[in-house]
Design a protein around this ligand. Structure first.
Ligand code: DX5
Ligand code: ZN
Length: 221
């Protein structure tokens, strides 16, 4: 379990330089990054394909020696079949509320495998989906874009939704905001109560990813 003591910026590895992955992740660890976000897309739940457990293992091998942790975001239909394969390389795993009718069982399985259990919700999904899961959920990934691609714009109603989640959820359930996090959008997400702020393009799309990470981390506080 990883109850965050203060807001953290999670580099989303899908936009890293795949030809220099280990070095880039090591530099971010040295700059203070603690949790790394791995986006898994199946081409069905979202119209894009990304990576599998071997990639999560490579990220874990790169960051764990520096004290880093791995957050796996499964944008996959019926993700139960993947949990055992990802769990050894993950410290936290989120599954989408829209992707499986048996969320209670899935979250229990994620915890049984030794990871923090997260529920991700799309921008169009109401927060009632997650309030019904209090007791079995460790964190909520409140998507600030429709999942599938990096580089999209932050949906401006997200902070209101995060604030409502923060009011409804017990303190020990933390909130992650994923998508469109940049210097202009991070403060509103943080002020609404987000503890994990995921960013791909604003870090890896910058000329100086470490400098961009530091700037976001300073804004996170
Ligand atoms: C989107 C992914 C995000 C993505 C964020 O489907 O879940 O984690 O990598 O990318 P940016 O920060 O570019 O919006
Ligand atoms: Zn993600």
């Amino acid at each position: 379990m990883i109850p965050p003591e203060r807001p953290l910026v999670l580099p989303s590895v899908m936009s890293a330089d795949m030809t220099a992955l280990g070095g880039q992740l090591g530099e971010l660890c040295a700059a203070g990054a603690r949790v790394f976000h791995v986006d898994v897309m199946d081409g069905h739940f979202v119209p894009n394909l990304t990576v599998g457990p071997d990639f999560a293992a490579a990220v874990a091998r790169s960051v764990r020696p520096h004290g880093g942790l791995v957050d796996v975001h499964l944008m996959v239909e019926r993700p139960g079949y993947l949990l055992e394969a990802f769990a050894p390389h993950a410290d936290a795993i989120s599954v989408h509320a829209e992707a499986d009718p048996h969320l209670h069982r899935l979250l229990g399985e994620i915890r049984r495998l030794g990871c923090a259990a997260g529920i991700a919700i799309n921008p169009g999904t109401p927060i009632d989906f997650v309030t019904a899961l209090v007791g079995v959920v460790d964190y909520v990934n409140c998507m600030a874009v429709n999942p599938g691609f990096a580089g999209q714009s932050f949906i401006p109603t997200t902070p209101d939704k995060v604030a409502r989640l923060r009011t409804e959820l017990p303190d020990e359930v933390w909130i992650e905001v994923d998508g469109g996090i940049a210097p202009g959008t991070l403060p509103a997400a943080r002020d609404a109560g987000a503890s994990w702020l995921v960013s791909a393009s604003a870090i890896f799309g910058a000329e100086d990813p470490v400098g961009a990470y530091r700037r976001l981390a300073e804004l996170a506080g």
